[in-house]
Design a protein around this ligand. Sequence first.
Ligand SMILES: Cc1ncc(COP(=O)(O)O)c(C=O)c1O
Length: 462
Amino acid sequence: MLNDLVDIIVDAIADADDDHSARGIAAAIGRMITAGTLPLDARLPTVRALSKALGVSPTTVSEAWQTLAAVGAIEARGRLGTFVRQPVGPGGPQRYRRVTEGPGHFALDLSSGTPDPELLPDLAKVVALVSRQSLTSSYLDQPVLPELDTILRNSWPFPAEDLTVVDGAMDALDRIAQVVVRLGDRVVVENPTFPPLIDLLEQLGAEVIGVDLDAEGISVDGLRAALEQHPTAVFLQPRAQNPTGITMTARRCIAVSKLLADSDAVIVEDDHSGDIASGELVSIGTRLPRRTVHIRSFSKSHGPDLRLAAVGGAGDVVSAVANRRLLGPGWSSRILQAVLVGLLNDPATAKMLRTARDEYARRRTLVTAVFDERRVPFTGTDGINLWLHVNDERSALLTLAAQGIGAAPGEPFMVRDDADFLRVTVGLLQGSDDDINAVAHRLADAAGLGQDRFGVRRPGQR
Ligand SMILES: Cc1ncc(COP(=O)(O)O)c(C=O)c1O
């Protein structure tokens, strides 16, 4: 029986591009568990037997076992052997924690990726108007307030088959991933991307494929190659991509949509910056509305503590999210939804949003002008973050920390960690042009690439 199983596993790996790496073995076994070929409590072959059959070292199979054990897909039961178990992830925002685990308190903390509280709309007037709590008559009421539903549908980038409201974009990503992604699935993300998304997908036992970006968005060639691996889902950020600050161009959106049209992947678009982004919003949903789920967060524009994001598009995915939620919290507070409706209808809030967008653009362009002048490599044309290429990540962080400036290390954002970067939330830089220029020069100094203030090229740099 176990010998048969070895053959079945060898065949499954051969069918899946014959990837004999630890990752490839783990993903193939993950898929067999998901498909039921390896049922709960099935005993896996020994490391020795499988490594011999695959012609790889026992260490490679052990590494695959460790990956599967880490997501709770298998467990070693001492001398009895290793068995398939119910997959439950080890939990936790592991990469995400590394973003903020710097030396502690900074006089100027640019590591957080959060909006400037002073550029958020004032809630007082609107909250005062939402005085009644009788917004819910049954636990099975529509989860979205009808007025909010109308506003959202009218401003959605494409006709949404279904639409719901959840507790922020991260909640949306979590709920969509739970519906779409299964153990062993391949999932495409941008590289770099928002660390908790990688944490989340890895916790679900997915094989995460990172595709690089260029100035126009996700790379077409990179995506084409990734789609050959038949991913279940592609997660993208259409504008002010976190961490790179890149906004996808209309031309790139068309090219990407054409590629995706020939795949089966569900497309998940995370418009996490919403109204504070300056760039035009493009959406693959305008061409593939039945396969695209679009997320709009109100955190950066209207306040992270509202905990509200809308999710709309592909009916099968959105309704699965909403239905599953009825077995949990049911809906997002209608009181908060009513506050959001008030804000969306309020002219003073609309004005504040324009001010915020312009102010973020001012702060960002002041810094990027210094980077350009100093020839420091970076990306970022939208939103609150810049992605700064540095000579050495650790020493750049320490140099900045010594001056009381915090920045986020690039490593947790990278699917493949092969270069040194910092994410800098320049949207938090308050003050005059001169104040911001001074910080920009410190960032450029810490990058250690490009030219210093006196135009002297540093050794070993391009
Ligand atoms: C790309 C991305 N997605 C999701 C989120 C989470 O947003 P929310 O506060 O709406 O959960 C963030 C927050 O910074 C983000 O940058």
